[in-house]
Design a protein around this ligand. Sequence first.
Ligand SMILES: Cc1cc2nc3c(=O)[nH]c(=O)nc-3n(C[C@H](O)[C@H](O)[C@H](O)COP(=O)(O)O)c2cc1C
Length: 209
Amino acid sequence: MTTDTTRDTIRDTDRSFLFVLGSSRPEGNTEMLARAAAAQLPAGIPQRWVDLAQVPLPDFQDGRHETDTWPVGENEEALRRATLEATDIVIASPLYWYTLSAQTKRYLDYWSGWLGVPGLDFQERMAGRTLWGVTVMAHDEEVVADGLVTTLHHTAAYLRMRFGGVLFGNGSRPGQVRDDERAMIRAKTFFQHEAPLARFPYEKPAEEG
Ligand SMILES: Cc1cc2nc3c(=O)[nH]c(=O)nc-3n(C[C@H](O)[C@H](O)[C@H](O)COP(=O)(O)O)c2cc1C
C-alpha cells in the first residue's frame, strides 16, 4: 500500500480484488456490469471471482455466544480464506426487494461469525480494506436501492473499512444492462476513485492517514 494520506486506489501494486457474485442466475446483469468494471483494472492486480450459487452456504447459525464451536464447512472455509486474502471486496448483488440478495446477505451474516473466531482477528484484518458494491435493478430510479447502499456502507463502517460506493445498472432480462449506456460508462472508471474510510452518520468524518 502507499503510505501517503491520499492513497491512490488503482496504482497500488499489492491490491487484490475479490468479486462476490450474489445472483440466483448465471451470467446475469450484475455479473456483466461487474465484469465491465473489472476489465478496467490494471492487469497486475489479481482478481478472484466467487459465485455464491456455486459455493452455497447453509443458513447462518448464530453460535457467537455459545461455548461449543460450530463445524466449519468446506465452502465457508473457502469463502473465509478468499475474503481475508483480498484487499478489496466487491459485492455484486442484484437488487432483490430493495436490498441485497439472500445469498449475498447470508455471506455477510457469516462475517459476524468470523468476527468471533478466536485467533482469526477478522475485525483487525478487515480494517482499512475496501468494500465496493455493484447492483442491477429493474427500477429506473436508483434511489429505491438506498437500503442496499446503506447496508454496504454501514457494514464497511462497522469494520473500519473504506467504502467505494455502489455501481448501479438498469436491466431486467439477462443482458439488458448492456443497453444501459450510463452504467457502462460509469463502469469504466468505477474502481479509479478513491474510497474514503466509512463512518457511521453519527461519527465525525474520518481522519485519513
Ligand atoms: C427475487 C427478486 C426480487 C427483485 N426485486 C427487485 C426490486 O426490489 N427492485 C427492482 O428494481 N428490481 C427487482 N428485481 C429485478 C432484478 O433486480 C433484475 O432483474 C436484475 O437485472 C437481476 O440481476 P441479475 O441478472 O444479475 O440476476 C428482482 C428480481 C428478483 C428475482
